[in-house]
Design a protein around this ligand. Structure first.
Ligand SMILES: [Zn+2]
Length: 319
């Protein structure tokens, strides 16, 4: 596809402020619940034009027009790591080290979900260099993963890790005791289809750990708002609601301290739902809260609040 080749011009179009991204996309309804989207932002965190809607039913944020499957696939294969992480030909060492530490920590948390992890089969959706796959192997898991990026995939050393997208990879049905999908779902235009695929891969008593950025933790901070790679912006309750629609119920929420993060994440462990399970979240409250925090004048309101807080601090110091 011409528009996403890693050329100098496309690189500029993907980075320069006050320009749109090089994609056409198509107008869609909420990818989480099918609800109606209302425009909530036109500019992203880099001051680039990026039309973003909020679902009036469940409060999910989504890029609209949404990039097509082909556009997203090309973007991830060739542009994502270079425009977002400045990795053109190889993976930066510092990044790999950080990921290793993170994976070691997470593998400990994952092992604690099971009585005896030895021999259990795990699959990491969008596994990067496979740090978590390796860490889980050390913990005793029979661990697998796959990764769509070209630059990343060239480093894949293990046969346990494949190069592919979530749509293209094939595994046996109900083959896994544990599936992780960490900071991946917010990049997908069809999150429900992806979760349905995971449902088919997971054993009846298997566990699924989903982690995504928490849009409610960002609030009105404009520097943390939208960017092209995140075509979806989740909050706790609309993630739980969407996962429920795909056959999952939450069993445990992972605190930011457990995974060594300073900011809140939506980090939830699910099991497969039984017929008697009921959904207990109220997504209309999420929609109202997100609408207020990200809506019109929210930038100005945030600026005033910040000044107010600073003045308050100054006054406090003088006393
Ligand atoms: Zn929705």
């Amino acid at each position: 596809m011409w528009f996403m080749k890693l050329t100098f011009w496309n690189f500029i179009r993907t980075k320069a402020p006050l320009m749109g991204y090089p994609y056409k996309g198509e107008t869609i309804d909420c990818p989480g619940c099918g609800g109606h989207g209302e425009r909530i932002a036109r500019v992203d965190r880099y001051w680039k034009f990026l039309p973003t809607d909020i679902c009036t039913t469940c409060g999910l944020f989504f890029t609209n027009p949404m990039p097509t499957d082909g556009e997203l696939e090309e973007y991830y294969r060739v542009m994502y790591r270079s425009t977002y992480g400045w990795a053109f030909k190889s993976v930066p060492k510092a990044h790999a080290e950080k990921k290793k530490k993170d994976a070691a920590r997470r593998s400990g948390v994952i092992a604690s979900f099971f009585e005896n992890p030895r021999g259990l089969r795990s699959l990491d959706f969008g596994c990067g260099l496979g740090e978590l796959v390796a860490a889980l192997e050390r913990t005793g898991f029979d661990a697998y993963g796959f990764e769509p990026g070209d630059v990343w995939s060239q480093h894949l050393s293990s046969e346990r890790i494949r190069h592919g997208t979530w749509q293209s990879v094939q595994y046996d049905a109900e083959a896994f005791d544990f599936v992780s999908i960490m900071h991946v779902l917010e990049h997908l235009r069809s999150p429900r289809s992806c979760l349905q695929k995971i449902h088919g891969l997971l054993k009846q008593d298997g566990l699924l750990w989903i982690e995504v950025p928490d849009m409610q933790a960002y609030g009105t901070k404009s520097g943390k708002r939208f960017h092209f790679a995140h075509v979806l912006g989740f909050s706790r309750d609309n993630l739980i609601s969407m996962a429920f629609e795909c056959g999952f119920v939450p069993v445990r929420e992972v605190a930011k301290e457990e995974i060594g993060k300073s900011r809140s994440q939506v980090s939830i462990v699910f099991r497969k739902a039984n017929p008697e399970d009921v959904l207990t979240v109220d997504v209309s409250a999420t929609a109202r809260k997100n609408m207020k925090e990200y809506g019109e004048f929210s930038h100005a309101r945030h600026a005033i609040e910040t000044i107010g807080t600073r003045l308050g601090l100054e006054a406090g110091r003088k006393r």
